[in-house]
Design a binder for this molecule. Structure first.
Ligand code: URA
Length: 236
């Protein structure tokens, strides 16, 4: 059960203020009866008519977020702003959580979802969904690094799966990982004597970050994009 005003605002068509106005002005009916109380509890199964239009309750969609710097990817944090706080009210869902982590200073593609099964498919180590990052380091990229990444770098918590490093310019490259350990890319470059100065996730599975999304913006994923996310090949 959910408050009528929250349910209506969560559908993405109207702001909280507009919803409240429509309800208090008697423009909303539930199962044929005018309802003027925004706090009335509903399940979403009722026949709700808003300003003459029958409401079709939208089921929650996973979101694509362009994570900006300085925001943490935890669901809750006492000190720092979290990625969930970036989600506009119309896309907020009670159970929304980030599917996977990025460091506070990492930018780029994040998926927020309330679908545990989808999150599992993206994150489960056995699925090997590739995650691709653009990385900038403080020293020149070398063929030796490319080779060591391909062999599998030995970290404190074990050997990494082979990773691809493609050098793009003197200090920038693209890394593809098929696992996700804590600070993995920073630690891998650390083993090569380099510090990461910029890290941006470009894609997950076959899904790329929509480059029309500014840092801090998010939008729902289409069905097609959700299926790209589950795929183990890289984006075209
Ligand atoms: N590797 C890192 O070191 N940090 C990230 O945020 C993602 C991958």
């Amino acid at each position: 059960m959910e408050r009528l005003d929250k349910l209506l605002a969560s559908q993405g068509m109207l702001s909280r203020r507009e919803v409240k106005e429509l309800i208090t002005k008697g423009r909303v009916t539930i199962d044929g009866t005018v309802e003027k109380h925004p706090e009335r509890k509903v399940t979403g199964e009722e026949q709700i008519v808003v300003a003459g239009e029958l409401l079709r309750v939208q089921h929650p969609l996973p979101l694509m977020l362009h994570k900006p710097q300085g925001v943490v990817s935890a669901a809750r944090d006492a000190r720092d702003k979290t990625v969930l706080e970036l989600v506009p009210p119309e896309y907020r869902r009670k159970e929304l959580f980030p599917a996977g982590r990025l460091d506070k200073d990492t930018t780029g593609l994040m998926i927020l979802t309330d679908d545990g099964a989808l999150a599992h498919e993206i994150l489960a180590p056995k699925k090997h969904v590739p995650k691709r990052y653009r990385v900038t380091i403080d020293i020149p990229m070398t063929e030796e690094m490319v080779h060591r990444f391909a062999e599998g770098i030995e970290l404190k918590d074990g050997r990494c799966r082979p990773a691809e490093l493609t050098i793009e310019s003197e200090d920038t490259g693209v890394v593809t990982l098929r696992e996700g350990r804590y600070h993995q890319i920073k630690r891998m470059f650390g083993c090569c004597g380099a510090a990461v100065t910029g890290l941006h996730r470009l894609s997950m599975g076959a899904l790329r970050l929509d480059d029309t999304l500014a840092p801090g913006e998010c939008r729902p994923l289409s069905e097609e994009e959700i299926s790209l996310l589950r795929q183990q090949h890289l984006p075209e």
